[in-house]
Design a protein around this ligand. Structure first.
Ligand SMILES: NC(=O)c1ccc[n+]([C@@H]2O[C@H](COP(=O)([O-])OP(=O)(O)OC[C@H]3O[C@@H](n4cnc5c(N)ncnc54)[C@H](O)[C@@H]3O)[C@@H](O)[C@H]2O)c1
Length: 268
């Protein structure tokens, strides 16, 4: 297989498992140098496995994306080791059920945990990486969202009745994706989001509340399929789309949709 990301350095957060790990493996198979982080110490084992399977340089660092200090250390280490960051997949995230009947005390705790990880984490990693991309005059940022904010045609947004906080965190990342896309276009940095439906991971197994049957497992998407779509998006290059939220749904073809028209902004 040709290595289409041979000279690229990719940062992927939350890569000890699930979609992040799947993306890291697919990008490594395309020849990219990989810098991964996760709060789960298993990230270092994942890093060693990627190096030995794909024969690419890998940096794997235990990092909590909620901590600005740890994020800065991870990003600066990556620059010190590899000299640049071409690609950022902002993936680390958590999910907790927050039904409307929950106590206020519980959901305050949930809000802090979910929003600090899913929104502040994306913000901190993005804002730490962006200056290096601006200096280089190029970059690809993919924020991992959810199909809840980008449903198939004919369906309402929203993930159901126990997702207010999770969905709010992902709508927040949608704001970052759109704002960064606009601000970074003059610097030839593209920012898009992938919003997937059920994809086999620890999170979706936990959220579904039961051991999935073989039929359900068969139907769920695989993390590597998300990684393959991320590669297609990255390979569009500097003239490709920016500011888009791309839905990836069960029982639909997994592919990039037609490019959307870029609308003019009413504000500077
Ligand atoms: N699996 C799905 O069906 C699905 C659907 C839509 C969106 N997503 C999104 O995909 C992303 C990845 O989730 P996943 O499904 O692979 O689940 P996962 O639980 O397998 O992976 C999430 C990873 O993020 C890490 N993480 C959590 N908090 C962190 C922190 N503070 N700092 C660093 N790392 C942290 C976890 O340790 C884990 O390795 C999340 O943003 C999630 O919201 C998943």
């Amino acid at each position: 297989m040709s290595k289409r990301l041979q000279d690229k350095v990719a940062v992927i957060t939350g890569a000890a498992s699930g979609i992040g790990k799947g993306c890291a493996n697919v990008l490594a198979a395309e020849g990219a140098t990989i810098a991964i982080c996760d709060i789960n110490p298993n990230v270092t084992t994942v890093g060693r496995a990627i190096t030995s399977e794909h024969d690419v340089p890998v940096e794997a660092v235990i990092t909590d994306v909620r901590s600005s200090t740890e994020v800065a250390r991870f990003v600066e280490n990556t620059i010190a080791q590899f000299g640049k960051i071409d690609i950022l997949i902002n993936n680390a995230g958590i999910w907790r059920a927050t039904p409307i009947t929950d106590s206020y005390e519980k959901v305050l705790d949930d809000f802090e945990a979910i929003v600090t990880t899913n929104l502040k984490g994306v913000f901190q990693v993005g804002r730490s990486v962006i200056p290096h991309m601006v200096e280089a005059g190029s970059g690809e940022i993919i924020n991992i969202a959810t199909d809840h904010i980008v449903p198939p045609h004919g369906f309402a947004t929203g993930g159901g009745s126990r997702m207010d906080v999770y969905d709010a965190s992902k709508w927040g990342t949608r704001g970052l994706t759109e704002s960064w896309a606009k601000a970074l276009k003059p610097h030839k940095i593209r920012v898009n989001a992938l919003g997937m439906d059920a994809t086999d991971s620890a999170m979706v197994r936990y959220a579904s509340g039961q051991e999935p049957s073989p039929e359900i497992l068969e139907r769920w998407m695989k993390p590597e399929q998300i990684g393959e779509l991320a590669v297609e998006l990255i390979l569009e290059g500097p003239e490709g789309r920016t500011g888009e939220h791309i839905g990836i749904w069960l029982d639909h073809e997994i592919c990039l949709p037609d490019r959307k028209e870029e609308l003019p902004s009413r504000h500077p």
